[in-house]
Design a protein around this ligand. Structure first.
Ligand SMILES: *[C@@H]1O[C@H](CO)[C@@H](O)[C@H](O)[C@H]1NC(C)=O
Ligand SMILES: *[C@@H]1O[C@H](CO)[C@@H](O)[C@H](O)[C@H]1NC(C)=O
Ligand SMILES: *[C@@H]1O[C@H](CO)[C@@H](O)[C@H](O)[C@H]1NC(C)=O
Ligand SMILES: *[C@@H]1O[C@H](CO)[C@@H](O)[C@H](O)[C@H]1NC(C)=O
Length: 315
């Protein structure tokens, strides 16, 4: 099914961060609405450019994301430690659980504890411009009589989209993206392997024009376990990333060329070793063996089939 998108007049919610409107006149930021049910949430990504040097664990804490999920989404070695520091301007695709807030709009919600030197602008910048200073103030009742207080806990909502994790009938994960100064819709489409028309459609743009600070939803092709007949498990993995599953025993990768989900032992979890070999076979999960027979070749494979209650299924 095609995602249903509607152009909405933009409330104060999506004003660009102050940092940006020092340089540019106020424009008409775009967003996407998506009819949704409060019970459903999905995997979504935030394209986050580090505003300052940060430990991996700080990024995870900020977005209430799981460190191993962040490593997977960015194809960084699963053994990387949380105290590893990444430099300003490093780019992370932060995996978030995107939930339905008011029936038509999706957000991931996190909280932020105000520090002594913080302003609404610095907090907005810390969240990569996914939430504006105005939004932070309005959703937390901050004004001249109720200023930000050090130690105060703020609710922060960052826009995300799901669209059923499909795009043109193909599995997809949607990524929120803050338009930077000097970027056009064409640039962005090219960078992420999509088209201007597609971005216009998904984001409900009336014309192929974007402005700095606008937040776009960008489809990233993905691999899904949907047609693999997994038992008690479903998984969606964006192009160019991996996911750990079955208590980190199994690593699944989305191949960039054929868009098949391929899974094999992760090698990082010792407790699953006796569950990684197929029955009556020398093959481990992910292995294939080609036998030459008088009638041609026969391939035997040992394939991951999902997991449940500590048991790994394979065949
Ligand atoms: C919400 O859930 C109900 C019941 O499960 C379903 O009929 C309806 O189509 C859902 N709406 C959306 C927008 O997904
Ligand atoms: C992160 O995710 C992995 C795999 O799903 C899980 O085993 C681990 O407990 C999670 N860690 C945290 C801190 O939630
Ligand atoms: C600030 O907000 C409070 C309620 O949150 C309201 O009572 C007060 O009048 C507001 N002050 C100003 C200056 O807008
Ligand atoms: C998948 O990602 C690779 C880089 O990891 C990129 O070269 C390729 O164009 C992407 N494919 C699609 C369909 O987005």
């Amino acid at each position: 099914m095609q995602p249903q998108v509607v152009q909405v007049p933009l409330p104060i919610l999506l004003l660009p961060s102050l940092l940006l409107h020092i340089f540019i006149p106020l424009t008409h930021p775009k967003s996407t609405i998506e009819p949704c049910n409060s019970s459903d949430s999905c995997l979504s990504l935030l394209y986050y450019i580090l505003p300052y040097d940060s430990k991996l664990s700080e990024i995870a804490y900020r977005f209430q994301a799981n460190i191993s999920d962040i490593l997977g989404a960015n194809s960084i070695a699963p053994t990387t430690l949380g105290d590893q520091i990444f430099e300003t301007k490093s780019i992370f695709k932060v995996p978030v659980s995107c939930s339905c807030v008011d029936g038509i709009r999706r957000y991931m919600s996190t909280t932020y504890t105000v520090r002594p030197a913080d302003t609404a602008d610095s907090i907005s910048e810390g969240f990569g411009g996914f939430v504006s200073a105005e939004q932070i103030k309005s959703s937390n009742g901050i004004n001249a009589t109720n200023p930000l207080m050090s130690g105060q806990s703020l609710v922060i909502q960052l826009p995300c989209t799901c669209f059923g994790n499909v795009n043109n009938g193909i599995p997809a994960v949607y990524m929120s993206y803050v338009v930077k100064i000097g970027e056009s819709l064409d640039n962005i489409a090219t960078e992420f392997g999509t088209t201007t028309m597609e971005l216009e459609g998904i984001n409900g743009l009336g014309q192929p024009v974007v402005n700095p600070g606008d937040i776009l939803s960008i489809p990233i092709s993905a691999c899904s376990s949907a047609n693999l007949k997994w038992y008690k498990e479903s998984l969606i993995v964006a192009n160019g990333s991996y996911a750990l599953t079955a208590s980190s025993c199994i690593k699944c990768v989305c191949g960039p060329n054929d868009f098949n989900l391929r899974c094999w032992p992760s090698g990082i979890a010792p407790l699953c070793y006796d569950q990684l070999r197929c029955k009556d076979s020398d093959l481990f999960i992910g292995d294939s063996l080609v036998h030459k027979t008088p009638f041609g070749c026969k391939v035997t494979s040992c394939i991951y089939r999902g997991h449940n209650g500590g048991k790994i299924y394979r065949r």
